[in-house]
Write a new protein. Structure first.
Length: 572
């Protein structure tokens, strides 16, 4: 590849020393995918590349986000995508920025910002995925290349053929036409094309697919030998047709893959080109499907169309398969929208026992469903006490389900003893989410501040920052000596957060907090210096602070920081 890059006259940045990469990996608890690692250590760390070029790897970064698993699985049938309430991890955690594409006008005064990321942790490890920097207009779409080198080599080959990948993947001629979905022998490319179509067509001002275009996708959804291609084609068909693909989706109800039958069921149920009777006739045979989860989804879908199949759900609640029981418990959450109490009461009574099910996935589903029913419909008023008990479950899935319902849907706020349990949980996501919730929706501080103060000593800097935020916003900030330790922490993100919150705390010159803020005026991060000077602005005194402020002012190269320093010096 080096010879090809040189022959094309492309300019690359200098490669990174292997020792620097090893140190970066060790600090962040990751191992870079081998193809990318070889590239940045032997060919170049950024430089010429697709779109606006390759972004260099910043080996000075330290944080927990890289080790978090990017949650979007390229092997998912349908659209790869799940969202999480657990904000300890960013939605795009486990990735590195590779390149920025040209912004795309999605609709009037609406602009998407496509970016290419390299997945370093998670089920898509090693693959390149396109995401929206705005996180609003389209979900993650995996490029069909098997790894970073294949993605880069495709760009090199495109340059030789004058296909330079210079705008964005959404540009006409980028290769994601309907025929690609139906005819490409490369399953990854067919899936990619289908996801691109779903993202763009029929949305945000773009026209919906016409009848002939829908027919091409329907052919791929029924005839492709690859389940992922059939599922992606069906998702594109339903997503890009504005709910006008119900009739074309009916044949997919006979797909040999149960998960694709479930996708087809949703497309038929939600279609606007079929009347209720046709939908019921199409879905009713699935009540006898050999797969118990399909039977459950069929019963729930029929309920939305006015046909009750409660016996199917009762049978599934007692099924030997945990997946069937979990599916049945999950659909109970929405049944009160479509059925009266006489019909749902026996189901709820049977499902209540699943709060103690042997299968943790079933227990988690029960906790989540009954928490929702209690809040949304005023049913299962006994649920909060049962959910509070679930925070001690041995399985983290159950505890997370309980924590979510208690933190966001319980009124009055979670009991004090339960807050303590959440803040002491082994799962770092639960601890972080609890602290974040305490910072925004607080019960009386005396009920939880001791537990939150203990979190200031946690090894994870994100937990320490979240604990500090909760305590400051509750009006019970830690002692100055504890601030000093946070402001001098090795983690740059924690130093910046601490400096930000220091603005809200009174402190006197000569104290450990004030002195630590003076030290941050020389921090290598510009944003941290800006926050430090704001924290000092109202608290500095002439005799104690002026000499240091003058020295820092003369050396500062950031205009905003210099301006605030000038203002402080003028006051003094």
């Amino acid at each position: 590849m080096t010879a090809a890059i040189e022959a094309a006259g492309l300019v690359m940045n200098a490669p990174l020393p292997a020792a620097d990469v090893e140190d970066f990996e060790a600090r962040n608890g990751i191992r870079l995918p081998s193809a990318y690692r070889a590239f940045v250590t032997t060919i170049g760390n950024g430089g010429a590349g697709p779109y606006h070029g390759l972004e260099p790897l910043d080996v000075g970064v330290t944080g927990h986000q890289l080790a978090g698993e990017f949650p979007y699985d390229p092997g998912t049938l349908g659209v790869p995508g799940t969202t999480s309430v657990w904000t300890y991890w960013d939605e795009y955690c486990g990735t590195l920025l590779l390149s920025r594409q040209e912004p795309v006008e999605w609709d009037y005064h609406e602009t998407a910002e496509p970016q290419n990321l390299l997945v370093v942790s998670g089920p898509g490890r090693g693959r390149v995925v396109m995401v929206d920097g705005e996180r609003e207009y389209f979900g993650p779409i995996y490029h069909p290349a098997r790894d970073f080198l294949a993605w880069y080599e495709e760009w090199l080959a495109g340059r030789r053929e004058d296909r330079r990948r210079a705008g964005s993947d959404f540009d006409p001629g980028s290769g994601w036409g309907l025929a690609t979905v139906r005819d490409s022998p490369d399953a990854e490319r067919a899936v990619w094309a289908a996801h691109m179509i779903r993202a763009r067509w029929g949305r945000w001002g773009w026209p919906a697919l016409n009848e002939a275009q829908r027919a091409v996708l329907a052919e791929a959804a029924t005839r492709s030998p690859v389940p992922r291609v059939r599922a992606a084609a069906l998702s594109a068909l339903s997503g890009a047709s504005r709910r006008k693909a119900g009739a074309l989706s009916v044949p997919v109800l006979d797909d040999p893959e149960p998960r694709i039958r479930v996708l087809a069921m949703a497309a038929v149920r939600d279609s606007e080109d079929l009347d209720g009777g046709v939908v019921r006739d199409a879905l009713r045979p699935l009540l006898a499907d050999p797969d118990p989860v399909v039977r459950v989804r069929a019963a729930a879908s029929l309920a939305t169309k006015g046909e009750w199949a409660g016996d199917t759900l009762l049978e599934a609640l007692g099924a030997p398969e945990g997946a069937a029981r979990a599916a049945a418990v999950n659909v109970l959450a929405t049944l009160p929208y479509y059925a009266d109490d006489d019909r749902t009461r026996p189901l709820f009574a049977r499902a209540r026992g699943h709060l103690a099910d042997d299968d943790p996935a079933v227990r988690a589903a029960a906790v989540d469903t009954f928490g929702f029913l209690c809040v949304q419909f005023g049913k299962a008023n006994w649920a909060p006490a049962m959910i509070s008990a679930a925070v001690t479950d041995p399985d983290v899935r159950v505890r997370r389900a309980a924590a979510y319902r208690l933190l966001y849907h319980t009124r009055p706020f979670t009991p004090a003893h339960t807050i303590g349990l959440l803040l002491e949980d082994d799962d770092i996501a639960i601890r972080y989410q609890t602290l974040s919730r305490l910072a925004s929706d607080r019960p009386p501080a005396f009920l939880w501040t001791d537990s939150a103060r203990a979190c200031l000593a946690e090894p994870d800097p994100s937990i320490r920052g979240a604990a500090l935020r909760a305590l400051v916003r509750a009006g019970v900030p830690p002692a100055e000596r504890e601030w000093a330790a946070l402001l001098t922490d090795p983690d740059p993100g924690l130093r910046a957060w601490t400096a930000l919150f220091a603005e809200d705390v009174r402190h006197a010159p000569g104290g450990p907090l004030h002195e630590a803020l003076h030290g941050l005026l020389r921090d290598p991060a510009t944003e941290t210096r800006r926050r430090a000077v704001r924290g000092l602005e109202e608290h500095c005194e002439a005799a104690a602070c002026r000499p240091d402020l003058e020295a820092v002012h003369d050396a500062e190269n950031d205009g905003l920081t210099r301006y605030v320093l000038s203002r402080v010096l003028a006051r003094l």
